[in-house]
Design a protein around this ligand. Structure first.
Ligand SMILES: Nc1ncnc2c1ncn2[C@@H]1O[C@H](COP(=O)(O)OP(=O)(O)O)[C@@H](O)[C@H]1O
Ligand SMILES: [Mg+2]
Length: 270
Protein backbone atom coordinates (compact mmCIF):
# COMPACT_ATOMS: atom_id res chain seq x y z
CA UNK A 1 0.00 0.00 0.00
CA UNK A 2 1.34 3.42 -0.89
CA UNK A 3 1.50 5.98 1.86
CA UNK A 4 0.02 9.41 1.27
CA UNK A 5 2.16 12.43 0.64
CA UNK A 6 3.54 13.81 3.88
CA UNK A 7 2.09 17.14 4.93
CA UNK A 8 2.16 19.38 8.01
CA UNK A 9 5.16 21.39 9.12
CA UNK A 10 7.53 19.62 6.80
CA UNK A 11 11.24 20.09 6.60
CA UNK A 12 12.50 18.56 3.40
CA UNK A 13 16.00 17.31 3.67
CA UNK A 14 18.81 16.08 1.59
CA UNK A 15 19.43 12.43 2.32
CA UNK A 16 22.11 12.96 4.95
CA UNK A 17 20.72 15.90 6.87
CA UNK A 18 17.33 15.02 8.36
CA UNK A 19 16.86 16.95 11.61
CA UNK A 20 17.43 14.79 14.68
CA UNK A 21 15.04 16.68 16.96
CA UNK A 22 12.41 19.38 16.92
CA UNK A 23 13.64 22.90 17.57
CA UNK A 24 13.91 23.46 21.33
CA UNK A 25 14.09 19.76 22.22
CA UNK A 26 15.63 19.38 25.69
CA UNK A 27 14.71 15.84 26.70
CA UNK A 28 17.24 13.12 27.33
CA UNK A 29 18.19 10.93 24.37
CA UNK A 30 17.31 7.32 25.17
CA UNK A 31 18.04 5.72 21.80
CA UNK A 32 20.23 6.86 18.96
CA UNK A 33 20.87 5.47 15.47
CA UNK A 34 24.20 6.72 14.15
CA UNK A 35 24.33 6.20 10.40
CA UNK A 36 22.78 2.75 10.83
CA UNK A 37 22.87 0.25 7.97
CA UNK A 38 21.12 -3.09 7.66
CA UNK A 39 22.23 -4.77 4.48
CA UNK A 40 21.19 -8.26 3.44
CA UNK A 41 23.40 -10.25 1.12
CA UNK A 42 21.19 -12.16 -1.34
CA UNK A 43 23.61 -14.09 -3.53
CA UNK A 44 25.50 -11.45 -5.46
CA UNK A 45 22.98 -8.70 -4.65
CA UNK A 46 23.03 -6.51 -1.57
CA UNK A 47 19.58 -5.46 -0.30
CA UNK A 48 19.99 -2.22 1.59
CA UNK A 49 16.98 -2.40 3.92
CA UNK A 50 18.44 0.50 5.90
CA UNK A 51 21.17 2.58 4.38
CA UNK A 52 22.54 5.28 6.65
CA UNK A 53 19.78 6.18 9.11
CA UNK A 54 20.42 8.64 11.92
CA UNK A 55 17.61 9.03 14.43
CA UNK A 56 17.33 10.14 18.04
CA UNK A 57 14.48 9.15 20.34
CA UNK A 58 13.99 11.35 23.38
CA UNK A 59 12.55 10.33 26.73
CA UNK A 60 8.77 10.70 26.70
CA UNK A 61 8.54 11.28 22.97
CA UNK A 62 5.83 9.88 20.67
CA UNK A 63 7.27 9.17 17.22
CA UNK A 64 5.53 7.73 14.16
CA UNK A 65 7.45 5.93 11.41
CA UNK A 66 5.85 6.02 7.97
CA UNK A 67 6.80 5.14 4.42
CA UNK A 68 5.83 2.83 1.59
CA UNK A 69 5.90 -0.91 1.89
CA UNK A 70 9.53 -2.04 1.68
CA UNK A 71 10.95 1.31 2.80
CA UNK A 72 12.57 -0.25 5.88
CA UNK A 73 10.08 0.46 8.69
CA UNK A 74 10.00 -3.03 10.21
CA UNK A 75 13.76 -3.37 9.81
CA UNK A 76 14.19 -0.13 11.73
CA UNK A 77 11.78 -1.18 14.48
CA UNK A 78 13.40 -4.61 14.81
CA UNK A 79 16.81 -3.01 15.19
CA UNK A 80 15.46 -0.49 17.68
CA UNK A 81 13.91 -3.37 19.63
CA UNK A 82 17.15 -5.39 19.70
CA UNK A 83 15.66 -8.23 17.64
CA UNK A 84 18.45 -7.62 15.17
CA UNK A 85 21.82 -5.86 14.91
CA UNK A 86 23.01 -3.24 12.41
CA UNK A 87 25.49 -4.35 9.74
CA UNK A 88 26.97 -0.85 9.75
CA UNK A 89 26.88 2.25 11.92
CA UNK A 90 25.97 2.13 15.59
CA UNK A 91 22.83 1.91 17.68
CA UNK A 92 23.18 3.25 21.20
CA UNK A 93 20.33 2.21 23.51
CA UNK A 94 20.51 4.10 26.78
CA UNK A 95 24.27 3.96 27.28
CA UNK A 96 24.75 0.63 25.51
CA UNK A 97 26.29 0.33 22.02
CA UNK A 98 24.13 -2.50 20.68
CA UNK A 99 26.35 -3.60 17.77
CA UNK A 100 28.90 -4.99 20.22
CA UNK A 101 26.48 -7.26 22.10
CA UNK A 102 26.38 -11.01 21.58
CA UNK A 103 23.04 -12.81 21.19
CA UNK A 104 22.58 -13.49 24.91
CA UNK A 105 23.31 -9.92 25.92
CA UNK A 106 21.08 -8.65 23.12
CA UNK A 107 18.12 -10.70 24.33
CA UNK A 108 18.77 -9.67 27.92
CA UNK A 109 18.76 -6.00 26.95
CA UNK A 110 15.61 -6.61 24.92
CA UNK A 111 13.83 -8.32 27.81
CA UNK A 112 14.68 -5.57 30.25
CA UNK A 113 14.21 -2.44 28.18
CA UNK A 114 11.79 -3.01 25.31
CA UNK A 115 8.01 -3.35 25.20
CA UNK A 116 6.65 -4.61 21.85
CA UNK A 117 3.11 -4.34 20.51
CA UNK A 118 2.35 -6.20 17.28
CA UNK A 119 -0.47 -6.00 14.78
CA UNK A 120 -1.42 -9.61 15.50
CA UNK A 121 -1.26 -9.16 19.31
CA UNK A 122 1.00 -12.25 19.69
CA UNK A 123 -0.68 -13.49 22.86
CA UNK A 124 -0.25 -17.11 23.93
CA UNK A 125 -3.68 -18.75 23.41
CA UNK A 126 -3.29 -21.43 26.12
CA UNK A 127 -2.49 -18.88 28.82
CA UNK A 128 -4.89 -16.64 30.74
CA UNK A 129 -4.60 -12.86 30.55
CA UNK A 130 -2.72 -12.86 33.86
CA UNK A 131 -0.28 -15.51 32.65
CA UNK A 132 0.22 -13.68 29.35
CA UNK A 133 1.03 -10.51 31.29
CA UNK A 134 3.54 -12.40 33.40
CA UNK A 135 5.41 -13.87 30.42
CA UNK A 136 7.98 -11.02 30.13
CA UNK A 137 8.83 -11.35 33.83
CA UNK A 138 8.79 -15.16 33.73
CA UNK A 139 11.87 -15.14 31.52
CA UNK A 140 13.63 -13.03 34.12
CA UNK A 141 12.58 -15.35 36.95
CA UNK A 142 10.45 -12.62 38.47
CA UNK A 143 6.99 -14.20 38.66
CA UNK A 144 5.26 -14.11 42.05
CA UNK A 145 2.93 -12.00 44.17
CA UNK A 146 4.53 -8.81 42.91
CA UNK A 147 4.08 -9.71 39.24
CA UNK A 148 0.44 -10.59 39.92
CA UNK A 149 -0.14 -7.24 41.59
CA UNK A 150 1.60 -5.47 38.77
CA UNK A 151 -0.50 -7.34 36.19
CA UNK A 152 -3.65 -6.29 38.05
CA UNK A 153 -2.61 -2.63 38.11
CA UNK A 154 -1.70 -2.63 34.42
CA UNK A 155 -4.85 -4.55 33.41
CA UNK A 156 -6.88 -1.88 35.15
CA UNK A 157 -4.87 0.87 33.50
CA UNK A 158 -5.76 -0.42 30.03
CA UNK A 159 -9.41 -1.03 30.98
CA UNK A 160 -9.25 -4.80 31.43
CA UNK A 161 -9.99 -5.28 35.11
CA UNK A 162 -11.97 -8.40 35.89
CA UNK A 163 -10.60 -10.24 32.86
CA UNK A 164 -7.39 -11.68 34.27
CA UNK A 165 -8.69 -15.26 34.19
CA UNK A 166 -9.92 -15.12 30.59
CA UNK A 167 -8.11 -16.72 27.68
CA UNK A 168 -7.30 -14.54 24.63
CA UNK A 169 -9.97 -16.40 22.56
CA UNK A 170 -12.64 -15.13 24.94
CA UNK A 171 -11.67 -11.51 24.28
CA UNK A 172 -12.38 -9.10 21.43
CA UNK A 173 -9.54 -7.86 19.21
CA UNK A 174 -9.46 -4.56 21.06
CA UNK A 175 -9.29 -6.32 24.40
CA UNK A 176 -6.49 -8.55 23.14
CA UNK A 177 -4.51 -5.51 22.06
CA UNK A 178 -5.09 -4.02 25.53
CA UNK A 179 -3.56 -7.18 26.99
CA UNK A 180 -0.61 -6.80 24.62
CA UNK A 181 -0.12 -3.17 25.71
CA UNK A 182 -0.26 -4.13 29.39
CA UNK A 183 2.17 -6.98 28.72
CA UNK A 184 4.55 -4.58 26.98
CA UNK A 185 4.55 -2.41 30.12
CA UNK A 186 5.24 -5.22 32.60
CA UNK A 187 9.03 -4.77 32.49
CA UNK A 188 8.89 -0.95 32.83
CA UNK A 189 10.42 -0.59 29.38
CA UNK A 190 12.53 2.32 28.20
CA UNK A 191 10.06 2.59 25.34
CA UNK A 192 7.09 0.98 23.64
CA UNK A 193 7.60 -0.14 20.04
CA UNK A 194 4.47 -0.73 17.98
CA UNK A 195 4.38 -2.21 14.46
CA UNK A 196 0.96 -1.41 12.92
CA UNK A 197 -0.58 -1.93 16.36
CA UNK A 198 -4.07 -0.93 15.19
CA UNK A 199 -3.87 -2.45 11.70
CA UNK A 200 -6.22 -5.34 12.57
CA UNK A 201 -8.85 -3.30 14.39
CA UNK A 202 -12.07 -1.58 13.28
CA UNK A 203 -11.97 2.20 13.45
CA UNK A 204 -13.89 2.51 16.74
CA UNK A 205 -11.61 0.02 18.47
CA UNK A 206 -8.59 1.65 16.84
CA UNK A 207 -9.69 4.94 18.40
CA UNK A 208 -9.89 3.30 21.84
CA UNK A 209 -6.40 1.81 21.53
CA UNK A 210 -4.97 5.13 20.29
CA UNK A 211 -6.56 6.87 23.27
CA UNK A 212 -4.81 4.46 25.63
CA UNK A 213 -1.50 5.17 23.87
CA UNK A 214 -2.20 8.92 24.16
CA UNK A 215 -2.81 8.52 27.89
CA UNK A 216 0.38 6.51 28.33
CA UNK A 217 2.29 9.15 26.39
CA UNK A 218 0.78 11.84 28.64
CA UNK A 219 1.99 9.83 31.64
CA UNK A 220 5.52 9.89 30.23
CA UNK A 221 5.78 6.61 28.28
CA UNK A 222 8.00 6.87 25.18
CA UNK A 223 6.32 5.43 22.05
CA UNK A 224 7.69 4.63 18.59
CA UNK A 225 4.99 3.45 16.21
CA UNK A 226 5.15 2.18 12.65
CA UNK A 227 1.93 2.94 10.81
CA UNK A 228 0.38 3.31 7.36
CA UNK A 229 -2.42 5.46 8.71
CA UNK A 230 -1.89 9.24 8.70
CA UNK A 231 -4.61 9.62 11.35
CA UNK A 232 -2.57 7.41 13.64
CA UNK A 233 0.60 9.33 12.87
CA UNK A 234 -1.21 12.58 13.66
CA UNK A 235 -1.22 11.62 17.34
CA UNK A 236 2.58 11.55 17.37
CA UNK A 237 4.82 14.54 18.04
CA UNK A 238 6.85 13.82 14.96
CA UNK A 239 6.71 11.57 11.90
CA UNK A 240 9.84 10.09 10.38
CA UNK A 241 9.28 9.22 6.71
CA UNK A 242 11.44 6.43 5.32
CA UNK A 243 12.14 5.86 1.66
CA UNK A 244 14.36 3.12 0.23
CA UNK A 245 16.09 2.65 3.57
CA UNK A 246 16.86 6.27 4.41
CA UNK A 247 15.09 9.13 6.17
CA UNK A 248 13.37 11.09 3.44
CA UNK A 249 11.73 13.66 5.64
CA UNK A 250 10.81 14.48 9.23
CA UNK A 251 7.47 16.15 9.95
CA UNK A 252 6.94 17.88 13.29
CA UNK A 253 3.32 17.79 14.44
CA UNK A 254 3.71 19.42 17.82
CA UNK A 255 6.35 20.71 20.17
CA UNK A 256 7.71 19.10 23.31
CA UNK A 257 5.05 20.93 25.35
CA UNK A 258 2.26 19.53 23.14
CA UNK A 259 1.69 22.81 21.27
CA UNK A 260 0.71 22.33 17.62
CA UNK A 261 3.35 23.09 15.00
CA UNK A 262 1.25 22.12 12.03
CA UNK A 263 -0.42 24.39 9.54
CA UNK A 264 -3.90 25.45 10.76
CA UNK A 265 -5.55 24.05 7.62
CA UNK A 266 -4.89 20.54 8.86
CA UNK A 267 -7.66 19.14 11.05
CA UNK A 268 -6.73 17.38 14.26
CA UNK A 269 -7.60 13.66 14.28
CA UNK A 270 -8.30 13.58 18.02
N1 LIG B 1 15.50 -10.99 6.01
C1 LIG B 1 15.57 -10.28 4.88
N2 LIG B 1 16.33 -10.72 3.85
C2 LIG B 1 16.42 -10.00 2.71
N3 LIG B 1 15.80 -8.83 2.49
C3 LIG B 1 15.02 -8.36 3.48
C4 LIG B 1 14.87 -9.05 4.72
N4 LIG B 1 14.04 -8.32 5.52
C5 LIG B 1 13.68 -7.23 4.81
N5 LIG B 1 14.27 -7.25 3.58
C6 LIG B 1 14.13 -6.22 2.54
O1 LIG B 1 14.44 -4.97 3.10
C7 LIG B 1 13.54 -3.97 2.62
C8 LIG B 1 12.81 -3.33 3.78
O2 LIG B 1 11.93 -4.25 4.36
P1 LIG B 1 10.99 -3.91 5.60
O3 LIG B 1 11.81 -3.30 6.68
O4 LIG B 1 10.23 -5.12 5.94
O5 LIG B 1 10.04 -2.78 4.98
P2 LIG B 1 8.62 -2.22 5.50
O6 LIG B 1 8.41 -2.68 6.90
O7 LIG B 1 8.77 -0.73 5.38
O8 LIG B 1 7.59 -2.73 4.56
C9 LIG B 1 12.64 -4.66 1.62
O9 LIG B 1 13.18 -4.49 0.35
C10 LIG B 1 12.70 -6.11 2.05
O10 LIG B 1 12.46 -6.95 0.96
MG1 LIG C 1 6.79 -3.78 7.73
Amino acid sequence: MDSPTPSGTAIANPRSAAPLASPGETRKIIAEFQDVERHYQMGSTTVKALDGVSIRIHEGEYVAIMGRSGSGKSTLLNLMGCLDRPTGGEYVLGETPVSQLDDDDLSEVRGKTIGFIFQSFNLIPQLTVLENLEVPLFYQGRVGIESRQKAEVLAKRVGLDGRLDHKPMELSGGQQQRVAIARALMNDPLFLLADEATGNLDSKTEGEILRILDELHDEGVTIVMVTHNPKVADRAERTIWLKDGYVEQVVFNRGQDGSPLRTPARSDAR
